[in-house]
Write a protein that binds this ligand. Structure first.
Ligand SMILES: [Zn+2]
Length: 209
């Protein structure tokens, strides 16, 4: 191999490696640009969610906040405050308490929204407690539909659907509509079995023509 030939080969290699490097640079730059674009879009979405919330369009804001949460990997602290506060207005108190607590954990008492976060958190906690009390009360209520009712020695009960008249009246635009009661077989009363089925919602009406 002559010296000239060696030099040419060297130059070719140099050229290839430089081209490869710039190619890699380009890919890296594109990737960075993509990340920046993504972040900008998320910020815009977040801004519009906050605006919706301020305008009192809480349900729409909630949807937007959730959409933002789906697209980002790490949640900005401002989002935890705004999402938590917005949740209060749509009665999602558990969600509200959860996110407002996050904000306070992140920012302590010195954050831009710390004071507000503490205020809204207290309100949401009160509502959450009320909600839990309501649920506990409901769970302990005893309802008659869970029992079979004894109808007495006659074994009959006046039909509760037609009140014994065997006829149902429906108000219409052009006067009343009359139809036969489908529950009591034109008798005006129910047997005790039928009555109990009706209470449990399992008595099917006869289809009248
Ligand atoms: Zn009836």
């Amino acid at each position: 191999m002559t010296f000239k030939c060696l030099l040419t080969t060297l130059l070719v290699f140099l050229f290839i490696s430089v081209t490869a490097q710039t190619e890699q640079e380009k890919i890296k730059q594109l990737e960075e640009q993509r990340q920046i674009d993504k972040q900008r879009k998320s910020t815009m979405k977040l801004d519009s969610a906050i605006r919706l919330s301020e305008e009192g369009r809480y349900e729409e804001a909630d949807e937007k906040f959730k959409a933002v949460l789906k697209t980002i990997r790490s949640v900005p602290s401002d989002l935890t405050f705004h999402f938590g506060k917005n949740s209060f207005f749509i009665g999602k108190y558990k969600q509200s308490v959860d996110w407002l607590n996050k904000y306070i954990q992140l920012k302590g008492t010195t954050g831009q929204f710390s004071e507000q976060a503490v205020e809204w958190l207290a309100k949401a906690e009160v509502e959450l407690l009320k909600e839990k009390e309501r649920e506990a009360k409901q769970a302990s209520e005893v309802l008659s539909k869970d029992y079979t009712i004894d109808c007495g020695p006659t074994g009959k009960v006046v039909c509760t659907v037609c009140k014994g008249s065997t006829v149902l009246v429906k108000k219409g635009y052009f006067g009343d509509n009359y139809s036969t009661c489908g529950y009591c077989h034109k008798l005006g009363y129910l047997t005790c079995i039928e009555y109990n089925q009706l209470l449990k919602g399992t008595l099917k009406p006869e289809v009248s023509n």
